[in-house]
Design a protein around this ligand. Structure first.
Ligand code: PLP
Length: 374
C-alpha cells in the first residue's frame, strides 16, 4: 500500500507502539499513586515530558498533556482569555478546532476578527496586524496549513503583534508544523502552541498544549488536579510514552530537504499534466494540495484506494462538510475546490511511491473523462 494521507494521521512508529505496550502491561500503575510503583511511573512520565520539551525547545513545566490538539485549541479559547475583555483575531486559514471555538465566542457577543489569506495561502500579515489594537486579547495563527502545507512565519507575526500590543496573547496551532518545520518554541514568540501526537508517528488520543512560563490560564477540565492543577484526569501514560518515543524518532528521521524535493518533483509532474499546486507560499514540504481540473477529488480518492493508494482531499475531520472554508479563503473557485487532492508525506515517504501515486491520479482523471488533464 502507498499511504500519502499523513496530514490526516500517521502510522505509529514501532518504537512508539512498543513504548505504549510496555506502559500498559508492565508499568501500568497510576502515576499519581504514592506507593513506589506509582512513583516510578510518575518519574517515567516526567522523563517523557522532558524528552519532548528538549526536542521542541520548551521547558518541561511549559508542557501540558491533553487528549488531542482539538482539546488544546479549545482550551486556549475557553480559558486562555477567560478574564480578558476585548477582541480576538484569528486567520481565515485556521483548522475547525480553532475556528469553531472562535465562532462560539462570537455567538456569545465577543468581537472576533478574521485576518484574510493571500492567494499564496499564508495569512496576510499586514492585514492581521491592522486588526490588532489595544483591546486585542488573543491572536491565533496556524503555523502550517493542514490544507496546503503553507507556513505562516509565526515568529515574525508574533513580534509584530507584541510590538503593537504587548499584552496580546498569541496562540499557534502547530499540529502540522511541530518537528517537521523545526523551530524551538522558546524562540517562536508565541504564548501557546498546540500539538497532536498522531501526526508525528504516535497514537491518536494524545496531544499537548505549550503554555509559555508565566502565562496564567484557567483549567478547561476540573477534577483531581493533575498536570499542575491545569488539566485534570489521570495522565495517559502509555500514549505519553509513545508520544515521547515518536518525537525522538521523528526528530532523528526528519529530513525536510528530502521531503521538499519529493514535493517539488510532484509539483513539476502535475504542472506538466495540466494540474496546479494550490498555495505557492513557503511550504513545510509535507503537504501538496493539487487541483486536478475536471476530476472530483472524492472520485479520484476512491479509484486510487481500490489500487492500494491512499491520498486525502482536505481536512479529514471536516470530510463530511461540503466545500472548504480555507481553500475558498485563498480565492479558489468552488468548482476547483472539489477537484483538490491533498497528498501528504511523512519521514518514510519514498520518491518512487509519491510518483506512482501522482501517475495514478493522472490516469484516474483521464479515466473519468477530465478534458483538462494532459
Ligand atoms: N489542527 C490541525 C492543523 C490539524 O491538522 C488537526 C488534525 O487534522 C487538528 C488541529 C486536530 O488534531 P487532533 O486530531 O489531535 O484533535
Amino acid at each position: 500500500m502507498i499511504y500519502l494521507d499523513n496530514a490526516a494521521t500517521t502510522r505509529v512508529f514501532d518504537c512508539a507502539a512498543n513504548a505504549a505496550v510496555g506502559a500498559m502491561t508492565a508499568e501500568y500503575f497510576n502515576p499519581n499513586a504514592t506507593y513506589k510503583s506509582g512513583v516510578l511511573v510518575r518519574e517515567k512520565l516526567e522523563r517523557d515530558r522532558k524528552t519532548i520539551a528538549s526536542i521542541i525547545g520548551a521547558r518541561p513545566d511549559e508542557l501540558f498533556f491533553t487528549s488531542c490538539a482539538t482539546e488544546s485549541n479549545n482550551w486556549v479559547f475557553a480559558s486562555g482569555i477567560k478574564n480578558k475583555k476585548g477582541n480576538i483575531v484569528i486567520t481565515a486559514g485556521e483548522h475547525s478546532s480553532v475556528y469553531e471555538p472562535a465562532m462560539q465566542l462570537k455567538s456569545r457577543g465577543c468581537d472576533v476578527r478574521i485576518a484574510p489569506l493571500t492567494k499564496g495561502g499564508a495569512v496576510d500579515a499586514d492585514a492581521l496586524c491592522r486588526l490588532v489594537d489595544d483591546s486585542t486579547a488573543l491572536v491565533s495563527v496556524i503555523h502550517v496549513s493542514n490544507e496546503t502545507g503553507v507556513i505562516n512565519d509565526i515568529k515574525r507575526i508574533a513580534a509584530a503583534i507584541k510590538a503593537k500590543n504587548p499584552r496580546t496573547l498569541i496562540h499557534s496551532d502547530g499540529v502540522q508544523g511541530l518537528i517537521k518545520v523545526g523551530m524551538p518554541l522558546r524562540d517562536s514568540g508565541v504564548d501557546f502552541y498546540s500539538a497532536s501526537a498522531h501526526k508525528l508517528g504516535a497514537p491518536k488520543g494524545i496531544g499537548l498544549l505549550y503554555i509559555r512560563n508565566g502565562i496564567n490560564v484557567s483549567p478547561l477540565i476540573l477534577g483531581g488536579g493533575q498536570e499542575r492543577g491545569l488539566r485534570s484526569g489521570t495522565q495517559n501514560t502509555p500514549y505519553i510514552a509513545a508520544f515521547a518515543a515518536a518525537v525522538d524518532e521523528l526528530s532523528r528521521q526528519n529530513d525536510r530537504n528530502k521531503i521538499s524535493a519529493i514535493r517539488a518533483d510532484l509539483c513539476e509532474f502535475f504542472a506538466a499534466h495540466g494540474c496546479r499546486a494550490i498555495g505557492d507560499g513557503e511550504n513545510s514540504g509535507y503537504i501538496l494540495c493539487v487541483c486536478v481540473p475536471g476530476a472530483k477529488a472524492e472520485i479520484l480518492q476512491n479509484i486510487l484506494h481500490d489500487k492500494g493508494i491512499i491520498v486525502g482531499k482536505g481536512a479529514a475531520c471536516s470530510g463530511a462538510k461540503r466545500g472548504n472554508r480555507v481553500l475558498e479563503a485563498m480565492g479558489i473557485a468552488a468548482k476547483d475546490v472539489e477537484c483538490c487532492v491533498r497528498i501528504s508525506f511523512f519521514a518514510d515517504t519514498s520518491a518512487d511511491d509519491a510518483l506512482a501515486a501522482a501517475q495514478a491520479i493522472i490516469t484516474a482523471a483521464k479515466q473519468i473523462g477530465s478534458k483538462y488533464v494532459k
